[in-house]
Design a protein around this ligand. Sequence first.
Ligand code: BG6
Ligand code: MG
Length: 213
Amino acid sequence: MKNYQGIVFDLDGVICSTDRFHYLAWKKLADRLGIPFDEQVNNRLRGVSRMDSLEIILEKSPRTYTQEEKEKFAEEKNAAYRELLGEMSPADLSVEVRDTLDTLRFRGYLLAIGSSSKNTPFILERIGLGNYFDAVSDGNNISHSKPDPEVFLKGAEMIGLDPEVCAVVEDAHAGVEGAVRGGFACAAMGDARDDPRAQWHLNSFSDLKDIFL
Ligand code: BG6
Ligand code: MG
């Protein structure tokens, strides 16, 4: 195998599980606006930025909204979402994830985050990983969301590595696409596990220990 030196991790659905919170917060907004919203629509939001997610939800709206209204809706959803995130604690970081990250670090890999979420610093803080990663590239430092590769390219740049020697770990099809477009090898898990564009298909996060030796 190639000599990989760094790993860029997606956050939501890879390091921790925030799916339910996203769902509940979007559902609250959709219900208020009288827009049908279910788990199936929620699945389409995985890896997609907040504003792009809102556009997907509004596809089923009987009326159109101005940009200003849309920004208010996104803020409303985020306030509800952050309230739910406030309930998270280091107990929401699984032993499996923590142990795998520690093992990879011990083996000498540089570890970065590549997430579309603007709440990344808050979430990392909540689960006790506030200062853990060598670099954090997130929704606050990019202008193009996944499937654009920007967030991963910036993450690799922050740890001083070329994409060719970095792998990306993703649970969203949009993220796998972004990784591959950016020239990264990708380990896919969860919803995106069987994505044929990924080089590795993980049944579990700890499978990474058998890949990056
Ligand atoms: C991604 C999630 O990590 O972040 C998406 O998978 C979410 O569902 C996106 O829309 C943006 O998150 P935030 O926290 O900036 O609203
Ligand atoms: Mg994800």
